[in-house]
Design a binder for this molecule. Structure first.
Ligand code: MG
Length: 203
């Protein structure tokens, strides 16, 4: 399986990192070894001194598809969850400055924490989902999928022009504002509305 991700999909987050609003979605991939399954701890890697959390709504692909039209994209996923796109911000800033690819900063082992997948039929409107990240009990990110620049179905359609989706692939749909660093000993918790969906301890 592969993990397809979008950067810069919420305008408040674009502002906080002083990035430009992109003309097309900014897409990157994490390999399958990036997955950190529910119940597992995140181990702070030696190569970074500035690991950031980015809480995102994620979608699990349930079928093979290429050149998917936006109006049919909803047929390619049944389940959603929260995920954390762990980012080595120090490496990423360095790579960005040099115009180099982001893999080392974004695709390292355990960099894609995933929560418990929930059937999408539990939600009235997938583009009106509120989600919250708490770090050590303190609210750090509050997002709403209504604020996405590229909606879930548009993202899937765009990505599928370049990458054939297969069953089990995961799409990270971008993070809202409020990203920040983690330290060893931190506890991260993600909520969809008032339901806890994800918990990660930093070791
Ligand atoms: Mg992200």
């Amino acid at each position: 399986m592969k993990i397809l991700c979008v950067g810069r999909n919420y305008s408040e987050h674009i502002k906080e990192l002083q990035n430009e609003v992109p003309e097309n979605p900014v897409i990157f991939i994490k390999p399958d070894n990036a997955v950190l399954r529910p119940g597992y701890d995140f181990y702070y890697p030696d190569f970074s001194k500035d690991i950031h959390y980015e809480l995102e709504l994620i979608v699990k692909i349930n079928n093979t598809g290429k050149h998917i039209l936006p109006q049919f994209a909803h047929k390619y996923y049944d389940e959603i969850a929260l995920g954390i796109d762990f980012t080595a911000r120090d490496l990423q800033n360095d790579l960005k400055k040099k115009g180099l690819p982001w893999e080392l900063a974004k695709g390292f082992d355990m960099s894609a924490a995933i929560g418990d997948f929930v059937n999408k039929s539990k939600f009235e409107d997938l583009q009106k989902i509120e989600f919250t990240l708490y770090k050590n009990g303190e609210k750090k990110q509050l997002g709403n999928t209504a604020d996405m620049i590229y909606k879930i179905d548009e993202l899937i359609a765009f990505m599928s022009q370049y990458f054939m989706f297969k069953k089990g692939d995961i799409v990270f749909t971008g993070t809202p504002a409020g990203v920040g660093p983690v330290q060893i000993g931190d506890k991260l918790e993600g909520y969809i509305f008032d339901q806890k969906n994800l918990e990660v301890l930093i070791k």
